[in-house]
Design a protein around this ligand. Structure first.
Ligand code: ADP
Ligand code: ASP
Ligand code: MG
Length: 449
């Protein structure tokens, strides 16, 4: 069997869903299982509804009607898809009650997960019905009974052993009968059935978890670009597609901003060595990028690097503590603060008496900062961007750092980290300098920008 995951833009409207039907039909002999995201922009829209509802009043109702209207219109344009509308309307009704329930107060993460997960339920219902309408035997499957997770709402972790058993029980028989299971990315539920989500962009991760559970031949990630590229094509229009990449490269690029893949996508597939193929749903015949353990990572031309990614909106925390000099146990104390508040640290650089590190999610910053103040002098820089230069040639190429920093130009480089990973060099600059730095690096290493 194979898993085909379609992201938001690949299911955004009627023509996009028609392309999905064509792609799935063509793969019928390979026993495809389809995982979909919400229609493009719907998860953000649902979050917007929650924020409106929190403010009180009935202001969210028109926006909810508009969202349901978008699904209705798409359903009417696709033969057979109207079948899905009954269920979508019933769920929209439940959603309206849930939104009313948070009026005038801040919703808790459990409530937000129930609200934001609706997008995937609706898109999958629509597309399952459209597939059947087009003569492709498909069955809608509610993944929440299969993707059992812990209760860390907003970033729940699936229990992979439960998933393997349930996926084989629930999805295996459909595949054997030649039916296409049509299910949702992004969402799961606790063992007691409370809806959860795996975090933004999590549908890729859902697809690879299901692929690992069912020992898929490959996991296809269908998106709106040709594959993993030398840089984000929105920033560098001339970026080239990588024909192959390793799991490690893909994970590094994704962690530092290449949105095309969720950073954890490769993790469930490493053990079995299942390949991921990133493909463009607008151009299904293009080859895409194959991500696999045995990838032959030839260099692109004479460039020692293979890709540049960047991520904005990062916070840098600096701690200066003279008592760190020659002392042991300081870093443990420091990291315990981050652990206590469940704050993820991305990039780290340290000197004799100071440490700089970056975090993406500043929600618990005040609490962290209060405790760090006991360890030393603390200052925080907001609105920073992480730039990551990734490539197999990184460690073995003399003078590479000089080329990287020479290309950066006027921008002020702050935290620098290299060495922890053999294939990655990261540093931070001010947010507003990010795109220009990426373009300059691309010009330096790939000749275009
Ligand atoms: P989907 O909705 O299919 O999940 P995403 O928007 O999450 O798609 O990811 C695709 C986007 O990732 C592309 O439109 C592109 O702008 C962006 N992107 C960022 N970095 C890269 C990169 N190195 N290679 C390819 N795409 C990238
Ligand atoms: N729809 C979810 C999001 O927008 C999950 C995904 O698309 O991967 O984050
Ligand atoms: Mg995505």
């Amino acid at each position: 069997m194979i898993v085909c995951k379609f992201g938001g833009t690949s299911v955004q409207d009627t023509p996009a869903i028609e392309r999905v039907i064509g792609i799935v039909r063509k793969r019928a002999a390979e026993q495809p299982l389809v995982v979909v995201s919400a229609l493009a922009g719907v998860t953000d829209w649902l979050l917007g509804l929650a924020r409106l509802a929190e403010m009180g009043g009935s202001g969210f109702r028109d926006r909810l009607a508009e969202l349901v209207g978008r699904h209705e219109m798409t359903a009417r344009e696709l033969p057979g898809a109207e079948e899905a509308l009954g269920a979508i309307h019933a769920e929209a009704n439940d959603l309206a009650h849930e939104l009313e329930a948070i009026a005038g107060r801040r919703a808790i993460p459990r409530e937000i997960d129930a609200i934001t997960g609706r997008g995937e339920l609706w898109s999958s219902r629509l597309i399952a019905a459209a597939l059947c309408g087009a003569g492709v035997p498909a069955e809608w499957v509610d993944i929440r009974s299969v993707m059992v997770t812990d209760d860390r709402f907003g970033r729940a972790t699936p229990y992979t052993q439960v998933l393997s058993v349930r996926a084989r029980e629930r999805l295996g028989p459909l595949l054997e009968r030649g039916v296409v299971p049509m299910t949702q990315g992004f969402i799961g539920a606790t063992a007691t059935g409370i809806p959860t989500t795996l975090g933004r962009g999590g549908s890729d991760f859902s697809a690879s978890l299901i692929g690992a559970a069912l020992r898929a031949k490959r996991v296809e990630i269908w998106t709106d670009v040709d594959g993993l590229m030398t840089a984000d094509p929105r920033v560098v229009p001339s970026a080239q597609t990588l024909a192959v990449a390793s799991y490690e490269e893909a994970a590094e690029l994704a962690t530092f901003g290449a949105k095309v893949l969720h950073p954890a996508t490769a993790v469930p597939l490493v053990h079995e060595g299942i390949p991921i193929v990133v493909l463009n749903s607008r151009h299904p015949d293009r080859r895409g990028t194959v991500i696999e353990p045995s990838a032959d990572l030839t260099l692109l031309g004479d460039s020692p690097i293979r890709s540049i990614s960047w991520k904005r909106g990062i916070t840098v925390i600096n701690i200066r503590a003279p008592r760190m000099l020659g002392a042991y146990g300081f870093l443990r104390q420091l990291f315990e603060v981050f652990e206590r508040h469940e704050v993820v640290v991305d990039v780290l650089a340290s000197s004799e008496v100071s440490v700089s590190l970056t975090i993406e999610d500043p929600r618990h910053l005040d609490l962290v900062r209060r405790e760090l103040d006991d360890l030393g002098e603390v200052w925080v820089d907001h609105k920073r961007a992480i730039i990551a230069v990734v490539g197999i040639g990184l460690k073995t190429t003399p003078g590479l750092a000089a080329r990287v920093f020479g290309a950066v130009g006027e921008a002020c480089v702050e935290v620098i980290s290299q060495g922890a990973s053999a294939i990655n060099m990261t540093f931070t600059v001010k947010d507003e300098d990010g795109p220009e730095v990426v373009r300059r690096l691309h010009r330096e290493f790939f000749g275009t920008c």
